[in-house]
Design a protein around this ligand. Structure first.
Ligand code: ZN
Length: 352
């Protein structure tokens, strides 16, 4: 039973990860469901991508719309289950296309809210992107190689699945502009800097920007009455299926954010008042202790790599010697340990 469940989630994650953006392929609908977390707080699933919503007497506060095929499905479900309670707010966990697209389904009734850096990431310049997909030739548009290099260097972990570039190059001219990439993302109408509180129908959600990590425009949603929080990616990235204690993907030099900022992000979340973490990936709900444990992993990694560098060791030597011993039972240990060391090494060279 347990084994088959694990297998199913692994397959789901693979299918979802390889089908993003393949507009021309026959659409394969990932598993979708809505489950109650506590009280009026729910989690909604699209394959291994998850969002959250809170139902109030005056309407619904929704997290990510996820994408343009999931969002209309979710809207129809909400209209049926909660008639007369339209989505009043859409709150983006971050600006990346695989979580933030699809908002048009809610645009008639909802106000879109995000951290202020999301506007920078949608102003027409090359946005901060996941998976080491960066503007390597600095020409301001997304070239095929800029997807293919990380995809082929670390298949299944960084970059995207096959066919992704052709899906975002919507006019087929051989380059993808940031506008083409973000075609289905509704810009936020309200942005905040550090923290923000939204009240609706006698209920509340607090928005917290944790700092720089997997993205540069993250928001953590805290539901004080429900004692729950929702966050994506830097808490559980797309490789997390059923075990949240997982080594991070570590694409590029840790997604272009200083390790000190990652660690600060976890400390910020640790200081928030909640018990239950709802993640954007992974089948499970997570105990708050995970946040501290993940912060300790980042500190352990940074400290060991920094000490080795100070002792004059090379990257190749560090990839052998930094064993991350306390984390050998975590998911993806064998697959990602050496990459974590390399990403930390490169990160410390840039940001030290
Ligand atoms: Zn992301």
């Amino acid at each position: 039973m347990v084994a088959s469940r694990h297998l199913r989630f692994a397959l789901v994650a693979t299918l979802a990860a390889t089908s993003i953006g393949v507009a021309s392929a026959q659409p394969r609908t990932p598993p979708r469901e809505i489950s109650q977390v506590t009280g009026d707080l729910y989690r909604a699933r699209n394959g291994n991508w998850y969002t959250v919503f809170l139902v109030t007497p005056d309407g619904i506060i929704l997290g990510d719309p996820i994408n343009e095929t999931f969002a209309p499905w979710l809207k129809a479900e909400l209209d049926t289950r909660f008639p007369g309670k339209p989505v009043r707010y859409v709150i983006y966990s971050h600006s990346h296309f695989d979580h933030a697209a699809g908002g048009a389904a809610f645009a008639e009734t909802a106000t879109f809210v995000a951290h202020e850096n999301m506007l920078r990431n949608m102003d027409g310049r090359y946005p901060q992107m996941p998976g080491d997909m960066i503007d390597r030739n600095d020409n301001g548009v997304i070239d095929r190689e800029e997807i293919d290099i990380p995809t082929n260097t670390r298949p299944g972990v960084c970059g995207m699945g096959p066919g992704f570039f052709d899906g975002i190059d919507r006019n087929g001219d051989g380059v993808a502009t940031p506008q083409e990439l973000q075609l289905h993302i509704v810009k936020p109408a309200i942005v905040y800097n550090d923290r923000m509180r939204i009240e609706l129908g006698g209920k509340a959600v607090e928005l917290v920007h944790p700092g720089l990590n997997h993205s540069n425009d993250a928001t953590v949603m805290v539901f004080p009455a429900e004692r729950a929080a929702f966050a994506t990616e830097f808490i559980a990235d797309a490789l997390v299926a059923n075990n949240p204690r997982s080594l991070p993907s570590a694409c590029g030099p840790f997604d272009g954010s200083p390790l000190a900022e990652w660690i600060k992000s976890y400390r910020t979340v640790e200081a928030l008042d909640f018990d239950l973490m709802i993640t954007g990936h992974g089948s499970m709900l997570v105990d708050k202790a995970l946040i501290r444990e993940t912060r300790e992993l980042f500190q352990h990694l940074r400290d060991e790599v920094a000490a080795g560098m100070a002792a004059g060791r090379t990257l190749e030597q560090l990839k052998e010697s930094v064993r991350l011993e306390p984390y050998k039972d975590w998911a993806n240990y064998e697959r990602l340990r050496a990459y974590n060391v390399e990403a930390a090494y490169r990160n410390l060279l840039i940001y030290r």
